[in-house]
Design a protein around this ligand. Sequence first.
Ligand SMILES: Cc1cc2nc3c(=O)[nH]c(=O)nc-3n(C[C@H](O)[C@H](O)[C@H](O)COP(=O)(O)OP(=O)(O)OC[C@H]3O[C@@H](n4cnc5c(N)ncnc54)[C@H](O)[C@@H]3O)c2cc1C
Length: 441
Amino acid sequence: MWDFSTDPEFQAKLDWADRFVREEIEPIDVLFPGNDEPYDRDSEVFREVVRPLQARVREQGLWAAHISPELGGMGMGQVRLALLNEILGRSQWAPMVFGTQAPDSGNAEILAHYGNEAQRREFLEPLLDGRIVSTYAMTEPTGGADPGSFTCRAVLDGDEWVIDGEKWFASNYPYAAFVIAMVITDPDVPVHRGSSMLLVPRGTPGMEMVRQTGLGGEPIGEGAHGYLRFTGCRVPRENLLGEPGTGFAIAQKRLGGGRLHHAMRSVGQCRRAMDMMIERIAGRETRGGPLSGQQAVRQSLADTWIRLEQFRLQVLHAAWQVDRSNASGDPADARVARLHVSAVKAATPGTLVDVLYRAMHLHGSLGVSNELPLAKMWQSGPVLGVADGPTEAHKDVVARLLLKDAEPASDRLFGSSHLPARIEAAREKFAGRLTGTGAAR
Ligand SMILES: Cc1cc2nc3c(=O)[nH]c(=O)nc-3n(C[C@H](O)[C@H](O)[C@H](O)COP(=O)(O)OP(=O)(O)OC[C@H]3O[C@@H](n4cnc5c(N)ncnc54)[C@H](O)[C@@H]3O)c2cc1C
């Protein structure tokens, strides 16, 4: 059955989350707007304000909603998570308050699947509890979109891995208790068979931050991301997560969820921008009437709603495909889910840029100013066009999967839709039955 309704019990949870985000978390956003601030566990705002709010989220049973119940999460599935993430996407701090922030969500999944008991105790438990944050380091300064170019290596020396190389844009490194680094362990085979995941605790000698990097507009030397260098950095043999050579496969599994979750939250960002747009055009006077009286302005609002609604349905459908694939375990379903996730990833930046641009534009100078959040929200469009893989790479995945079973037509010159051949075939099909019509000729 196709059904677009939400069951009343879960809707009540969503209504609670919506009120909670607007009343309790958005005030934190306006006082602490720095991109890295939610990750600083030692800050006063985290201790005094966020911790008590996290406890209230736990009481509602909404903590770490992406994680399976065995690990203390709700295991609610991707469709329900999409509905919740739409609400959390309104706010920069909300994912942290609800325990669903990237990259900790994906790192927790890796540790849960591949960590040994001691690693789970030392790193996974405090991570799931929100007491520490973590970093995922895959991209290198020479290029992130092509893992074939990665050179950061790890070599086994006795009972230790020795890591040498660099990583770039490792989010939240300035505050992270550990890093999960993708490293080349076998340079003689392609990267999808020669890379592995290593757990590197903070403070391990040989791991240093060359500098902190941020997004455009943030001062040089500040920001949430780390440019990392490993020089003879040694970690115990058992810090390998998963089998040697499975790093790429683990990365793909991990990144799939993150890409979809960004898209879910982007729906929330866009809806917030559209709400602001509606409020503005209903109230702003121009040429003796409200801005909403102008036909071009109404067209802009309608285009915004249409684009957002299309995107939202695409995100929910992709979430449904992932749930379906997880339930069946069928590789064919996993391929379909991958196609949908990449398609959503490719659609996210354009939707954000388009919706946010319209909202900004209709607010005039106020829209582009530093007195509204729209310009910063707009920036997440270009950012999400690059983070977790550029749009072109995801479109390539979409096209590759669509072409996977493609067969050329038997008539390679004109194709199977060529009308002269189809008319001939249709005439043959109805031969002797349509003698009184022109179709028989
Ligand atoms: C905010 C943010 C957070 C990030 N966090 C992390 C993190 O925590 N950990 C981590 O490992 N990385 C992280 N990254 C890095 C991110 O994954 C990379 O930026 C991304 O994979 C692209 O790599 P690149 O920046 O080296 O760009 P390049 O690989 O140099 O690509 C640049 C451009 O070239 C074009 N291009 C590249 N490949 C193709 C192709 N196949 N076909 C057509 N065009 C192509 C695209 O236009 C692309 O945008 C983050 C990035 C951002 C912006």
